[in-house]
Ligand binder design. Sequence first.
Ligand code: PLP
Length: 380
Amino acid sequence: MNTIYLDHAATTPVLPEAAQAALEAMTQGYGNPSSLHFLGTQAAKALTDHRAQVADALGCAPEEVFFTSCGTEGDNWAISMAAHLGRHKGKHIITTAIEHSAVLEPCKALEQQGYSVTYLRPDRSGHVSLTDLEEALRPDTVLVSMMLVNNETGAVQPVAQAAQLLKAKQSAALLHTDAVQGFLKLPFTPKTLGADLVTISGHKIGAPKGIGALYIRKGLRALPLIRGGGQEQGLRSGTEPTAQIAAFAAACRLGKEELTRHMDHLKQLSAYARETLPAAVQGLVLVSPDDAPHICALSLPGYPSQVAVRYLSDQGICVSSGSACHRGKASHVYTAMNLPKPTRDGMLRISFGPSNTKEDIDQLAQALRSVTEHLVAAGR
Ligand code: PLP
């Protein structure tokens, strides 16, 4: 059976160049970057080069890149750091109701420690508003955490405008953005966004799972996450995972080189899907706004998404019923968007990668048509 992978927002296949870089780091450049002998100094030099490649793709200085084990770790670290740094100024945090649980859960934990958190609600198209942010802002607000691209709808949030608002209001709040779904999909840098803290993750861009990074703006007095041997400028100790970092750097280098070509390709796929799928499948509702080109959320109201996902999987087509992290729980994003229940229950998230083609979308359209026929025949 032919595999059609349309779930790149959940994870991506590892690029051959990234796998090769990891293999070389594991079998040849395997020294510990802290060791004094030649294998150690070679590994330290490779680490410096790899950090520079990640920094180049993100558009920041290498000293502002701190390797983490994943996006979840970066989000948790950013939020606890901002709360700690602002502890003498206040205990109010603003985030959005549509963040990934990697942001929502640490915010909830802070609520239990006496912080108050405002969750900005999205409109029907999945965007939060600057007016709501302005209304929520208080003198004791220490952090605004707003994702760049929503992982379930592809809606791009107004992060740069939020930074301008914080500046105009002379707010002391730090700005964190979870850019896991935006990195190397949209052109941005921490500076163009005006963010103090930016989370990225390797496995969404063709690197293996187990590596990510947190951008920490130069000059911010950062809070150590893990104390020990002093790696990562003393902020995240532990022997560096040099193989994952090598792979991450390779994926960053390729992703940056190909950004314009990939964006054009994904835009074409997205436009094709938005045109052909509703025409091909009766009752199909497009939920995503026409924002980030790699994520397209749609619904087959009346057809339970988990059944549809399994049916498509049996045909070799991998899509998601929302964020892969939900494991079947109702999506807080679609609920916050106030979508009607039948639409929410029938949600499917299609997410494209560079290797997808229009033929993949044609096959998806055909399979979605047969989902509706199959489920009607089976009495749903
Ligand atoms: N933030 C967003 C927006 C995501 O989509 C994800 C993963 O799906 C994460 C954070 C978590 O990243 P990781 O899987 O690297 O922990």
